[in-house]
Design a protein. Structure first.
Length: 210
């Protein structure tokens, strides 16, 4: 399966432009260029960056709806999924404002440079998510940041009243869900990942204290 076909499958059949593919390829090149210096991604995954990081992040974008105007990615790291969401939004959801929150100064500089080189309108905040004022986002996302029980209060602070959370999770997600339910209530949707058998996208709506 070619790159465009992989993207389309991860997006639930939606088509993408050549410009989007070019930006994603540029992003990969920048990740690999900066990786030896700041560990943008785990070096063990560098040879599989397209599937492990790009396509894995692309599938998150399939949850964007026309009414969504703001997306906050917590602990963005090297830009997964947040920068990938921003790249796709430039083509498929131009009204969506994407904010990447990353406390590591080196990685926040990297994210800003990616945004500049790719010509994207992305807000990069070099701060801890808990230190920022509420952003009232329609979507809050995170990947490989913390267990669900720890993500819930962080996300809740920055969600709009009708907002949703999207978290990429691995094989231990059932235990994380039970732990989160001790302190939080939410409507839950679990979507099987297209890149890894044991992984899933956890979508939380109506998040509130238990």
């Amino acid at each position: 399966m070619g790159a465009i076909e992989q993207l389309s499958a991860a997006l639930g059949g939606r088509a993408t432009s050549e410009r989007t593919l070019e930006r994603l390829q540029q992003f990969v090149e920048l990740v690999l260029k900066w990786n030896p210096s700041i560990n943008v991604i785990a070096r063990s995954t560098a040879d599989a960056v397209w599937i492990r990081h790009i396509v894995d992040s692309v599938q998150v974008f399939s949850l964007v709806r026309p009414e969504h105007r703001s997306w906050v990615d917590m602990g963005s790291g090297g830009g997964f999924p947040g920068m990938v969401v921003a790249i796709l939004a430039a083509d498929l959801a131009s009204e969506l404002q994407v904010t990447l929150v990353e406390s590591d100064k080196r990685k926040s500089v990297f994210l800003s440079e990616v945004s500049r080189q790719l010509g994207l309108k992305v807000n990069v905040k070099a701060a801890r998510i808990e230190d920022l004022p509420p952003m009232f986002a329609d979507v809050v996302s995170a990947r490989a940041l913390a267990p669900l029980a720890a993500l819930c209060p962080l996300a809740f602070r920055h969600l709009a009243p009708t907002g949703m959370c999207v978290f990429l999770k691995g094989a231990q997600v059932d235990r994380e869900i039970e732990d989160a339910k001790r302190l939080w209530k939410f409507d839950l949707e679990s979507i099987k990942s297209v890149t890894e058998e044991a992984a899933s996208l956890i979508v939380m709506r109506n998040l509130r204290s238990a």
